[in-house]
Design a protein around this ligand. Sequence first.
Ligand code: ATP
Length: 541
Amino acid sequence: MAQRCDEVPRRLGNYWLRTRLGSGYSGSIFSAYHVHTGDWVAIKVQDINHECPTNRYEEHFYPMLQGAEGMPGLFASGVEGKWHYLVITLLGSSLDNIYRNNGQRTLDLRSVCSIAYQVISRLRTMHHREILHRDVQLGNCAIGCAPNETMIYMIDFGFSKRYIDPVTRRHIPDSKQKRDFLGNYWFTSVGVHCKGKVPSRRDDLEAAALMFIHLLTPGGLLWTRNGVPKTDEQHMRIKRAKQSARPEDLCRGMPSEFEEFLRYCRRLKFAEQPDYEHWMNEFKALAHDNGFTDIHKLIWPPPPQQAKPVPRAAPRRPACTSSEMENVLQDLAKLQLNHRPALADQTNTPTPGAQAAKPNDAEEEDDVIDLTGDSTQTREKPKNSAPHTPVRIKKFERLWQLRVAVSKATDNVALSKIVADFATVLKETGTSKTLTIEGFSFLDALRKRLGDPAAFMQPMRTSRARSTGNLDQEVEPQPAYVKLDLVARLKREVARAPDNKALAQMVADFGAVTNRSSSRTITKDGFAFLEGLAARLQALS
Ligand SMILES: Nc1ncnc2c1ncn2[C@@H]1O[C@H](COP(=O)(O)OP(=O)(O)OP(=O)(O)O)[C@@H](O)[C@H]1O
């Protein structure tokens, strides 16, 4: 029962209505200004006879959220004629509008990390105030008006609900009985949408996770592509697609944080309190590892890519000799990491000039080597950004030392230990598993070392190799994993690698696959491959 714009009066209470900003199932939103003060606001107008009186519900929640960061304020409410209205903070575009105006292209990693950080923080606020949103979606997150245009606000509390009983102070009960679907087709959790479960905090977070993944998926989540379902059969199809999509498929090519977050949400128990801070820190660290600070601000459109490093005074001395350093620098300079821009480097609204300049920028950026301790500093550092954390400096140094150790290793036992240490450093330090330039440099050195038979004790060889005695000239059949190009295959086949040369090829393929992935992240299979590699080196010693 959508209301017609011309039916709504020009004035409601003390406000002159101006432009319609949006409308939903149950009402419309207008910009308006106060007749005396001229202050601009948004007015949410609804027919009092509407079958779904969401304004009335919403009115109840605003006072509970009043004053919290990223929550619109309620200035007035009332009924005039047949109209119920809520006067609330005027905001800017919703994330849905931003996504559409961007041609429904994927957003850059920086923006998605900022959205993730802020939306999780908003849900934490709501949940701490004992309210479930229950309709998390792009259209219900909006940026503020200047000077708050970098802040994301949650809007539309028409489906919200208290999950703590104000009298008994107990969590609402779960139920085995299937409930009618409440929420939205695209992002409502699998449990609530497809299985008819009672919504709780975990479902707000799962909807947020699906929203982030949608923003990073070319063409959006699979089940959003045919528009709003018009028949039950179409709705069933959406549910089936949503339910059968595995996190690893939904998040292919994305930094592992997104898949892990979705899995985490789905593992939460009905009444369990989510660890909001942990996930806010994860997305903050992911952004930081990709060179982005100020993650609590959504800067839209994204700023043009920063290519030049800031010259740094008095670089710290790395822990190796000058000749070792020279070798490393030469190797780094030869690395070709710019076949494909990392997800973090994508911008959504490049200016024509910036677009044309991008390949060169990327090349310059990849060729720049920062010796001061943090590879993220190859990008320009905002003036007021936080100092590097000791964790990242440590990671850089440890990878550097391992890189040097690889060049010196003379047997497979030593190499095995170095590879195991490499995997440990990547796992331990920082929360993001993105492979940095030092990581690629390590892989490159390892590949070279493994491919140099003179450096090692004679490894075990296949009978064919032994018969010719010349491994380098041997034309070997291509392993299956090369064709299938999957880290999972590498993981499986590393245990069967016949010799160091085969391992060298696997390391080269692993580096190439990781470099080609949009985020250069080491996945669980990637770690399993590295661990398998360490084990195989032991076996071949
Ligand atoms: N405070 C606001 N300032 C500016 N625009 C707003 C504001 N609130 C909502 N809008 C715009 O209006 C649209 C609809 O708002 P909202 O979701 O609150 O209405 P609704 O009638 O409850 O919609 P639905 O039925 O789809 O849930 C939003 O997506 C947004 O674009």
